[in-house]
Write a protein of this length. Structure first.
Length: 256
């Protein structure tokens, strides 16, 4: 069972390296501030482009609505052709009726349509577009808030895993020193062999935890690298913001 667990973690670590999520010190960022991670994650977020797109669509929709309320002028015309020229009384100057219709006739006229009252339809359309924009922008804000929370979780998970790794590494060194002392006592006959075996078993447990923590930290780094769109060194220094005593704590207003 232990071999299977280790092999899975090795496969996961290799897959992370293959995709370049966690680079070597020469390739990835060596230092990353939390506030900078926020900005990079937002810039790399696929839906961030929708913010400008939604605004442009809103402006276009309003322009169409305003155009619908303006007067519409149309120019119409028609032409008529007849094979014979109609002439009545044109040759007799004393005739009371004189009609001389040409073979070709043309008519051109203009029409102007203006909506005096639409029952509030234009206003309703505008309000619908404003509401749709507000909903889209609010949804984006909620998603960016969730993205920021995810960056926070990854940032602190990496730092916690590294700290635990250091503590376990120190414990392993202490146990190794104790094992050497117990072995010397066993050889001199003052210590039982079972005491040495217990320490060695504990050392194996700590080594297993050490491997797990290292794999967890690398996995968190891989996800963080993916979110910000930048390769990170496996030993990247994660810097938390420093607040002075005079720093004002802003009230958090969740968009949702």
């Amino acid at each position: 069972m232990i071999k299977i667990a280790i092999s899975k973690r090795l496969i996961f670590t290799l897959s992370v390296s293959m995709f370049g999520l966690v680079g070597s010190s020469a390739q990835g960022l060596e230092e990353l501030e939390l506030t900078m991670a926020y900005e990079m994650a937002e810039s790399n977020y696929p839906l961030i482009q929708n913010q400008a797109l939604n605004t442009e669509l809103y402006k276009s929709s309003l322009a169409i609505i305003r155009a619908d309320g303006k007067p519409v002028a149309t120019l119409n015309g028609n032409a008529q052709y007849q094979s014979e020229n109609v002439s009545i009384g044109a040759e007799d100057p004393e005739s009371p009726i004189s009609v001389d219709a040409p073979n070709e006739t043309f008519k051109v006229y203009a029409e102007v349509n203006f909506n005096l009252y639409d029952g509030g339809l234009t206003k309703s359309k505008r309000e619908i577009e404003e509401a749709a924009l507000a909903v889209n922008q609010q949804n984006l804000k909620v998603q960016l808030r969730q993205l920021k929370t995810r960056v926070n979780q990854l940032f602190f998970s990496i730092k916690l895993s590294r700290q635990q790794y250091k503590l376990i590494n120190t414990s392993i060194k202490d146990i190794e020193a104790s094992i050497e002392v117990r072995k010397a006592g066993y050889e001199s006959g003052t210590v039982l062999e079972s005491e040495v075996s217990k320490l060695e078993a504990r050392k194996l447990e700590l080594l297993s935890e050490e491997v797990k923590l290292k794999a967890d930290a690398d996995g968190y780094l891989g996800v963080l690298s993916y979110l910000i769109g930048k390769s990170l060194s496996s030993s990247v220094n994660l810097v938390l913001p420093v607040f002075s005593e005079n720093t004002d704590i802003m009230e958090v207003n969740r968009p949702e």
